[in-house]
Every structure is written in C-alpha cells, then in structure tokens.
Design a protein around this ligand. Structure first.
Ligand code: SAH
Length: 348
C-alpha cells in the first residue's frame, strides 16, 4: 500500500489526525491516495447514513448586517449591496412551498439584523413549528446572548449553525475587524450546545492567511466541540469587499477536508455547500462522493436571491425553489444517492 493510503487508513482507525498527517494529505498530488481518502470517507458516511442525502431548505431572510467581516459580501460597509428583509408572511410562504417539495428542515439564515428582535424571531419560529410540527427549524443568524438562544430554543428551534470561521485567534483577527471577538464566537457555540441545540460550526477553505497550522487548529476544535454539523466550503472573493483581489479556495482542498472531517468525526452532518457548487459545476456531487451527506437548496424568493451575495458568481440565483429541488434530486441520483423527505437528524 502506498504511503498516503496508509496514512488515510490510520486516520480512519484512530478517528484523529496529527499535524504531520494533515500536512502530507493536504500537500499530496498522489491521485490514487487522494481517491482512497474520498472512498474511505464515502464508505464511512454510508455506514451511518446509507446512500441517503438529507436536504435543507435555505431561506435567506435578511441581508442587513451589523458586522463587517472582511470576506463577506453582505458586510455593513458594502454600500453596493441592495439590502432587503423578507416579511413573516414571505418566510412562511417559503416554508409552505418547501414543505410541498418535501423539505422537513428549514434553515433561516441572515446577517446580524437588529430589526429581527428576539420577540419577532420567537413568534416566527413558533408559527413555523405550529404549521409544520414535523419539521426542524435551523437558525443561522450569528452571535446573540445566551438568553436569546434559550428563548428561540424554548419556542421550538432545533438546530443552530454558527461557523467558528477559524480556530486560530491571530487568523480570526485578520478576517474580522477588532470589534468582533474570537472568544465570544466560540462561547456562543458552547452556549448553544449546552442549551440543547444540534449545533454546527465550520470554516472557509482557503481563506486569506489560512495555513496547515490553522486547519489543524480547526480540526482540533471540531474534536473538542464535537458538533452535530460542520459546514465548510471554499472561500470565494466578493468584488466589493476588502478581500476582492484574494485567491479563492480550491475544490481539491475542500474535498480533502470534507473527507478528513468525516473520518475523524464519523457521524457528523456534513453539507456539500453551494460555495462548492459555485467553484465547480459538479462540486456538490463530488462533495457527496468525498463523504458529505447533506445539501441545502435555496428556498428564498427568486427576487431576492441576487441580493444575498456573500461571494461572487453564486449559483442558482435565477431558479425557483422547485427547480432547485428537482435539479438536486437528479444530481444526487446521477451518483447513486437518494434525496429523502426526512428531518435528517444527527444519528449518534
Ligand atoms: N450572519 C450569520 C450567517 C453568515 S453567512 C453568521 O454570522 O453566522 C454563512 C457563512 O458564509 C459564513 O459563516 C461564512 O463562513 C460564509 N461566507 C461568507 N463570505 C464568504 C465568502 N466570500 N466565500 C465563501 N463563504 C463565505
């Protein structure tokens, strides 16, 4: 067996990785070894989740944001962004469409928008849970006080996605203005977990300044937090941000990291992200074949899709929810996977 294959087998058996192993796997060009990595991760995912792919309906309900992350297209200082908010009625209508299309998880994602107070969000979450008691509600609305997270949980929110973005403090400071706190973001994740949410952390692959060291810390953090979900996708520059001229992350590094995360944390819910589908036409299929088991088609109304631009060239901005849903089904079937009508909870 060649060297990379041996390392992959060790990572799988130990469910952990050393910095040296990470470096070797990320740097190798050995196509047999890389394919073996993907195959092992895919088999691991299949032992837990079979050939089923879970779908989540993504509702991008506001692009107002008080933060100014250097990489993000909806940062506060981007005067080119056309700001919008969906009304409660519009959000519920997205859920209705989504439910009819077989979605049993709705992900409410947005910037950190003070307009959506705890009260407004609580009544929205309650309404969704009342209309669709068999569905999970996932929130992805950034950092809030623990009390707020508790209130959302008490009215029925099930899951929370909050990418940690990077587990290395100096790197965090190079991606965010000084008003944002590395410690606070991590604390939020621990708070969410303590409350009882299924939590997701994650990071961008190839963000400016990221090194093997950074990624090693990201993997250590995943082992420590033991989240239910991990969202990773390539960094893609957005033209109206300070990182406009930076290089994008690559598909190959993203696929390798998806596989490694699957091997060291086998039960995790792992999406093949829209960003991965943006840098390569078959990115999401390749993500599933490298160990991912979740996809998140867009349920946002078509007239706002163009405006929720975290990065340039985002795919599917012109497609109706139903088109995205059936396109995804075809894509998954083309690689031997089945999109299921299921909440798609974490399987311990
Ligand atoms: N406001 C919420 C949601 C953020 S958007 C929050 O703070 O969690 C969701 C994710 O998109 C971010 O966590 C970030 O990792 C990713 N993202 C932002 N800009 C990006 C870019 N230019 N390229 C790729 N991913 C990006």
């Amino acid at each position: 067996m060649n060297k990379i294959k041996q390392i992959v087998a060790v990572i799988r058996d130990r469910q952990d990785i050393t910095k040296e192993e990470l470096q070797l796997v990320l740097q190798t060009k050995d196509t047999d070894g890389i394919q073996y990595l993907y195959d092992m991760a895919k088999e691991t995912a299949q032992t837990v989740y079979g050939n089923q792919v879970f779908i989540r309906g993504l509702i991008e309900f506001t692009n107002y944001c008080r933060n100014d992350c250097y990489y993000c297209g909806i940062r506060k200082s981007n005067t080119q962004a056309q700001r919008y908010r969906l009304t409660g009625e519009q959000i519920l209508s997205c859920c209705k469409t989504g439910y009819e299309l077989g979605f049993r998880t709705f992900v409410l994602q947005g910037g950190e928008d003070g307009f959506f107070t705890d009260e407004k969000l609580c009544s929205l979450i309650s309404e969704i849970k009342k209309n669709y008691p068999d569905c999970a509600v996932t929130l992805s609305i950034g950092e809030r006080e623990k009390e707020s997270y508790q209130r959302f949980f008490d009215v029925g929110a099930d899951r929370y996605l909050l990418r940690h973005e990077t587990a290395q403090e100096c790197h965090y400071k190079s991606l965010h203005p000084s008003a944002m706190s590395f410690e606070h973001r991590r604390q939020c994740l621990y708070n969410l977990k303590e409350i009882g949410y299924q939590v997701g952390c994650g990071f961008m692959v190839g963000s400016p300044g990221q090194t093997v060291e950074t990624l090693y810390e990201d993997l250590r953090f995943i082992k420590e937090l033991a989240p239910h979900m991990v969202g990773i996708g390539p960094f893609i520059p957005q033209k109206d941000t300070p990182f406009a001229g930076k290089a994008a992350g690559t598909m190959e590094q993203t696929l390798k990291l998806l596989s490694i995360i699957r091997l060291i944390h086998p039960h995790v819910l792992l999406p093949a992200t829209t960003a991965l589908g943006t840098i390569h036409p078959k990115g999401r299929e390749k993500g599933i074949l490298a160990g991912a088991n979740v996809v998140m088609p867009n349920l946002s109304p078509v007239n706002v899709r163009e405006k929720y631009k975290l990065y340039d060239n985002k795919i599917c901005t012109g497609d109706e929810a139903a088109e995205c849903r059936f396109c995804m089904q075809r894509r998954m079937e083309s690689i031997g996977y089945q999109v299921v009508t299921d909440r798609g909870d974490y399987r311990p």
